[in-house]
Every structure is written in C-alpha cells, then in structure tokens.
Design a protein around this ligand. Structure first.
Ligand code: PLP
Length: 397
C-alpha cells in the first residue's frame, strides 16, 4: 500500500474495514449541499438531546475544575455507579475494580480484540452485525467467522448453527443483543445455551449490550455475564451513547473479568490515558439521576417503530418483521426486484431517503436495508411516502 507522497503506510492497513454509515452520511450531505432534500435514516444515534440534568452536571464539573487527567480506568464515582448499575440492572455482580471507562463503547471492542486475539485465531461475529467486529478482527490478523442472523428466526442466531461453527481455533464469540442492525433480541433460552457452548469450548465472550435498555413489548435483556461461570470469560461492552442520547460525548465502558484487569489497564494507558474527566462527571448524573428522559425516549421510539413497521409492510415487495429492541428496522426488500445495495443507492439519489444497504453489516443482509427510526414521526412518515412512491414506480418488467 502506498500513500500519495510515495511514502509507505503499514501493510496491516490492508486488513482494516470500515463503518459505511459515515461514508454514506457524507454522500447525503453532499447532495444536500446541492439543494436536495434528504431524510436521514442511516444514522445510529438518538435524535433527542442529552437530558438537561446531565448537561448541567458536566457544565458544573468544567467550572469546578474537572479539566485534568482522571485515573486511567475512570473516576471512582463513575466506576462505582457503573458497577452498581450493572449489578442491579444486568444481574451480573460487578466490582468497581472491574470497570474501565473508555472513549465510546467502540473502545471496548478495540481493547477486547487487541488484548485477547492472536493472528490466525477465529472470532465468531454476527452477520448481519456491527461492521467493526469483523474489521478489528481482520486488523489483528485473525479470521472473522460469520454466524448468520435470519429474519425467519426472529433475527436471533441459531444456537445449533453456532455450535457447528466452533473449531479448535475459535477464541471468542461476539454477541450483540438487542442487535444492530436487526433489532433482534436473544432469549434467555438462547443465552443459556450459548453460555454452555462458551464454557464447553473455553471461549471468551464479548457481549455488546449497548442497546440493553432499548426494548419493547416486554422483551427481556439477559446479560450472559450473569449466568453461572460466565463472569470469568465475558467482557461486557456498554455505554452512554444510545441510552442517554450521548453519542457526541464519546463515553463507553467495559466490565471485565478480574484476570483481564492488567490487560485493559495496559491498553487504556497506551491509547487514551483516560476518558475526558468532566464528561465522566456528567455520566455519573446520567446513571444515578432521574431516568424520566430515558423512559420518555423509549415511549417515543416504540411509537416510531410501530409507524415504520406498519408503513414498510404496506409497500409492495417489502416485508418487515417487528423488531423488539434497538431503534432499527431491517426489512427484506427483494420483492421490489432490487437488492439492498441498489435500493439504498437509488433511494438516496432518486427519492431523497438515506438508508444503509444490508450488506454494510455482512453478506447475509444482501436482500435487506437498514432503517434507523431515530428521526421524528413527521420525517418518518414523509420518508415512508417517498420510499413507497419510488418502489411503486419501479418497472419490474
Ligand atoms: C452494536 C453497537 N455497538 C457499539 C456501538 C458504539 O457506540 P459508541 O462508541 O458510540 O459508544 C454502536 C454504535 O453504533 C453499535 O451499534
């Protein structure tokens, strides 16, 4: 690989992938700059403001001098609040010493994969799934083995199929429930059987629980770390971006087994030194302060989900299951005669609706698009109208 100057960049840059949402957003913004009207349904972030009491706490912290380095694993008040929240809400007893505050939940992915995976190891990743799992796995020279997640199976992985993918080289299993991009949620029965496999084959589990509180229809969030024997082999990834509408604050956390405290310590010290100090003070308030804004956000998300699922299912050739978590719909669109990549591209250019192709999340999503309903009901209604008119106007020959 050669940079434009002729100077070489590292060979390993050939191994890294990307998250196409960022590139697609740039394309959409370029069209807007030309005067086009675009409705953004590609973005994986709540459109709500961060709760006012959280903003106030961070502002106060700035004025009171929380502008210096923090301890590398996080400020004690936040590690305590996280440990207590994880213990009560997830049912996975956690000690503050096991908590590492990171820059975004994404940081936890980096540390877990850098710290635990060697070249040639296999890591089982959901397909469709968050693209960074596969990207970072490849970056360290390991092999990402996709476990298919299908609409016919309520967007839950099939545990028998998972068992068939485990080999002597499998080192880690990455779970994401509730899931991006499908909104699928693993059941307690699924998680119990997955835990049995992890114990039998001695696997690490990276459990991405970033959407753990964004649930509908009485769906239950089960953290695999809460199951017997699993706390010693599970890294919990969670954070503030989604639950508290804090994407721009860049704050996530890991809860790691005691044995991994030295590994995470070294990786945090070598990369970020610590997460921003005043941001951490705001996050304490997010966890221990009033939760009304989170509740209100969930009520609104549910109304939007109902609107989007009903609207999509009225469009000929589109079939959308009812997601019970996160804020994404992942309709199958093959009945339109197009695949997801072509439909996403044409919706952006011809209908002014920006969505992501299912293939942005792996090969299994070829016939799907991902719609983020983190947008107003008014915009969602307008977008559904635009998608419907575009699809009806397609010449299916
Ligand atoms: C499944 C999943 N995990 C982790 C993240 C990263 O979140 P952040 O780095 O903002 O905490 C995202 C963001 O879209 C996600 O969808």
């Amino acid at each position: 690989m050669t940079a434009t100057t002729g100077l070489r960049v590292a060979d390993r840059m050939r191994l890294i992938g990307t998250e196409s949402a960022f590139e697609v957003s740039a394309r959409a913004r370029a069209l807007e700059a030309e005067g086009r009207s675009i409705i953004h349904l590609q973005i994986g972030e709540p459109d709500f403001d961060t709760p006012a009491h959280v903003r106030e706490a961070a502002k106060r912290a700035l004025d009171e001098g929380a502008t210096h380095y923090a301890p590398f694993p996080g400020i004690p008040a936040l590690r305590e609040a996280i440990a207590s929240d994880v213990t009560t809400r997830k049912g996975a007893p956690a000690d503050p010493s096991q908590v590492f505050v990171t820059v975004g939940g994404k940081g936890v992915m980096l540390y877990a994969i850098l710290g635990l995976i060697d070249p040639g190891d296999e890591v089982i990743v959901p397909d469709p799934g968050y693209p960074i799992y596969e990207s970072l796995t490849g970056f360290v020279g390991a092999v990402a083995v996709p476990i298919p997640i299908r609409m016919e199976h309520d967007f839950r992985l099939d545990v028998d199929e998972l068992a068939s993918l485990i080999t002597p080289k499998t080192r880690m299993l990455i779970l994401n429930s509730p899931a991006n991009p499908t909104g699928g949620v693993l059941t307690r029965g699924d998680i119990t059987r997955i835990a049995e496999l992890a114990l039998e084959h001695d696997l690490w589990v990276l459990s991405d629980e970033i959407y753990g509180r964004i649930l509908y229809d009485h769906a239950e969030h089960v953290s695999i770390a809460a199951l017997p024997g699993m706390a010693e082999r599970t890294i919990i990834l969670d954070g503030f971006s989604k639950t508290f509408a804090m994407t721009g604050w860049r704050l996530g956390y890991a809860v790691v087994p005691h044995a991994l405290i030295p590994v995470f310590s070294q990786l945090v010290i070598n990369t970020i030194s610590c997460a921003p100090t005043f941001v951490q003070v705001g996050a304490v308030e997010a966890l221990v302060g009033p939760q009304d804004d989170v509740e209100a956000m969930l009520v609104e998300f549910k109304a939007r989900r109902d609107l989007v699922v009903a609207g999509l299912n009225e469009i000929p050739g589109v079939r959308c299951a009812n997601p019970v978590g996160a804020f994404y719909a992942f309709p199958r669109i093959s009945g339109t005669g197009l695949d997801g990549a072509v439909l996403a591209d044409r919706l952006l250019r011809e209908a002014g609706v920006c969505v992501l192709a299912g293939t942005a999340f792996g090969g299994v999503g070829t016939d799907h698009i991902r719609i983020s309903y983190a947008n107003s009901r008014e915009n969602l209604t307008e977008a559904l109208g635009r998608i419907g008119r575009f699809v009806e106007g397609l010449d299916r020959g």
